[in-house]
Write a protein that binds this ligand. Structure first.
Ligand SMILES: Cc1ncc(COP(=O)(O)O)c(C=O)c1O
Length: 402
């Protein structure tokens, strides 16, 4: 067992087992070095000294570098400085935090919104706040890790239903005591497959059985619905989802998450959601950038149209080449490979040809469902996308995928 120098004594390294686990990853060809972005987060960028077409970011609308967001962030730094120096409940709530929450509530057509430091914090903080160990969560098997962690933190019983299977969820719920509090929860857009949660069916089920209905709309925020209002708007289930989570970190171009719902829900989260209570609030530059992102969604909706045009073009191209792209309905298109090492090989070979599309393997997806995940954005040009499709064609043939 390796030994570590710790001052006067040589002692056996109690973390040595981590090295063993890492060696196993290396053996399975699943050990990954972080890819380093040496330029802005945009459609065409530089990663690890290579100029690439970027198919790996969640920057759906190109807002990370939008002039209106940059400008507002700079103004915020001038006016308020770079940090807030406190959690929201002590001294870290500025007028601009409240304004952002009011604007998001208007946008989402709900009574109130609370902003968290990230979408992860919003999910984990909310589920763990609203449930106790006496309660039960009924959760889609492909829900995001932040939902799963929130469920675990709540200590509620977790019942998992097969992906998008409303009837299976119904069976689970019918088997539970009538008086028990239940939370039915789904992603709006599933982040690794790009398909949509069956919101109308789940809302019916929640109403029929008295469940709290919660939707994590992280990948739908800015992408689905009118002006990017999300899947609740896309499916027109306004008023039927008790807890909506959105993110400000993906299409909105900046950082953060939020929960939209009733006044009581939000006031309760102000008092009980642990990331809200125990972690410093958003820096002013991020808050103003998020408000500028809302302005862009409302005043430049053509940017969302461009995203969807590009999505259709790219998806059709992959289909025509014969790749297995699963059941995606969104700008997230997985190229499903199966074996983890092979997915990484596809990703690496694409990268050598100037296309950055990350390989995703276990534990992010099931062991036999490894893939390269692609996301197109509004700011890709047709040339960028055709270049990427050409690279997929060459590498896909080379490694026997098509
Ligand atoms: C479905 C889903 N929910 C929540 C999150 C977390 O959002 P954020 O990146 O803002 O923490 C993600 C991000 O990966 C996601 O894919």
């Amino acid at each position: 067992m390796p030994r570590r120098y710790t001052g006067l004594l040589m002692r056996t390294d109690p973390l040595a087992y981590l090295g063993t686990e890492l060696d196993a990853l290396r053996e399975q060809k699943l050990f990954r070095h972080l890819r380093i972005l040496e330029d802005e987060q945009k459609a065409h960028t530089t990663v690890d000294h290579r100029s690439v077409v970027n198919l790996s970011s969640n920057n759906y609308l190109g807002l990370t570098t939008h002039p209106r967001l940059r400008q507002k962030a700079l103004e915020a730094i001038e006016k308020y400085g770079v940090g807030t120096g406190s959690v929201r409940t002590i001294a870290g709530t500025m007028d601009i935090h409240m304004e952002l929450e009011r604007r998001l509530a208007d946008f989402k057509k709900v009574e109130k919104v609370v902003v968290f430091q990230s979408g992860f914090a919003a999910n984990a903080g909310t589920v763990s706040a609203v449930l106790t160990k006496e309660d039960v969560v009924i959760s889609d098997e492909l829900n995001h890790a932040s939902i799963i962690d929130g469920c675990r933190l709540s200590r509620a019983t977790i019942k998992v239903f097969p992906h998008k299977d409303v009837d299976a969820a119904r069976k689970i719920i019918k088997g539970l005591p009538a008086g028990q509090r239940k939370l039915l929860i789904t992603d709006g857009v599933f982040s690794m497959d790009g398909d949509l949660g069956p919101l109308p069916g789940l809302c019916d089920l929640a109403e029929e059985t008295g469940c709290i209905m919660m939707v994590d709309d992280a990948h739908a925020s800015g992408v689905f619905g009118r002006n990017g209002r999300g899947t609740i708007d896309h499916f027109d289930v306004h008023g039927r989802v008790d807890i909506q989570v959105g993110t400000l970190s993906k299409a909105m171009g900046a950082l953060g998450g939020y929960v939209a719902g009733s006044g009581d829900l939000i006031d309760f989260l102000y008092h009980r959601a642990r990331p809200f209570l125990f972690s410093t609030s958003h820096p002013p530059s991020v808050v103003l950038a998020c408000m500028a992102a809302l302005d862009v969604l409302l005043e430049e909706p053509e940017i969302i149209e461009r995203l969807w045009d590009n999505t259709r073009f790219f998806k059709e191209g992959l289909h025509r080449l014969g790749f297995n792209t699963g059941l995606s309905e969104s700008p997230i298109t997985p190229v499903i490979v199966g074996d983890g090492a092979k997915a990484m090989q596809l990703s690496d070979k694409l990268f050598e040809r100037g296309v950055f599309a990350q390989g995703i393997a276990f534990p992010t997806v099931a062991r036999d469902k490894a893939r390269v995940r692609t996301i197109v954005t509004a700011t890709h040009t047709r040339e960028d996308l055709q270049f990427a499709l050409d690279a997929f064609a060459v590498v896909g043939r080379e490694i026997g995928l098509i």
